[in-house]
Design a protein around this ligand. Structure first.
Ligand SMILES: O=C(O)CCC(=O)C(=O)O
Length: 269
């Protein structure tokens, strides 16, 4: 994997936007408390679930477990169970729920989508714990979403709120500027010669990275002694059902055989 650029400035990255220090240290502390409360709450439920619980595997062979509608993606190869990702999450803690209407997220998300207003699609926490957080392969968020939304999955953006300082050592996100213009690609396929050089987004806690669902991205493992947590809110044009409502509708109408649950994760997740 080549990592030729490191991004520090408040510049548009051909489709993506980085807002440095969009949230204050006090706000970041509150959000950290929110994500830790969410993981504590859901893992407590997971521990008390009678076996067998709903489990499956990601395409990378990681264990997935669904508890009360939230999918837990466990880190592989850890000596004690460690959560890699949760989805959906904002309903698990009021400090996270409140973030959906935050203008520092909704305004740039609406600008990127070219619509007057945005609404919630789904939410995730990426924990990337110190020393054990595993890599995210090259992927587009589109791949997972299009299973439920079809081509409307193009009309969404991810707002990634950094809850810890992120750099290459602790697994900062790397994206390929402009790659959203080239359409969908298979998960795991690295950038090609026609792509712009990948850029690793090194930014402080409280910064926000926004990018469209077709933008190719990945991140390395966390080899450092520092967590690299992030809250990811996915927005879509206002007025559309969120992902879980979409799933309920599919289940109620009996349509969409291939859709058994929206609580799983895509390959990159
Ligand atoms: O947390 C990361 O580094 C990547 C997260 C991501 O790409 C995802 O959740 O789809």
């Amino acid at each position: 994997m080549h990592r030729s650029g490191v991004h520090h400035d408040d510049l548009a990255l051909d489709g993506a936007v980085v807002l440095h220090a969009a949230f204050t240290p006090t706000e970041v502390t509150r959000l950290r408390m929110g994500v830790e409360a969410a993981v504590e709450r859901i893992t407590r439920c997971a521990r008390s679930e009678p076996e067998p619980v709903a489990t499956s595997q990601s395409s990378q062979g990681h264990r997935l477990q669904t508890v009360h509608g939230t999918s837990i993606h466990w880190e592989p190869d850890t000596s004690r169970p460690t959560v890699r990702n949760l989805r959906p999450v904002t309903h698990l803690d009021a400090r996270l729920t409140q973030l959906w209407d935050e203008p520092r997220l909704t305004r740039p998300a609406a600008d990127l989508l070219g619509v007057p207003e945005v609404g919630p699609l789904t939410s995730k926490i990426s924990f990337k714990r110190a020393g054990v957080g595993s890599e995210f392969i090259w992927h587009q968020d589109y791949t997972f979403l299009q299973r439920f939304l079809g081509t409307a999955a193009r009309e969404a953006v991810t707002a990634m709120v950094l809850l810890d300082d992120a750099d290459a050592d602790n697994g900062a996100l790397t994206l390929v500027p402009g790659s959203h213009l080239a359409g969908p690609r298979p998960d795991g396929e690295p950038p090609n010669a026609a792509d712009a050089p990948p850029v690793t987004i090194e930014a402080a806690a409280g910064s926000v990275l926004l990018f469209p669902t077709l933008m190719l991205h990945s991140s390395g493992p966390n080899r450092s002694e520092r967590d690299r947590r992030a809250l990811l809110l996915l927005y879509q044009p206002a007025g559309r059902p969120n992902l879980d409502e979409t799933h309920s509708r599919v289940a109620e109408t009996g349509g969409g055989d291939q859709v058994t649950s929206t609580a799983g994760f895509g390959s990159g997740e």
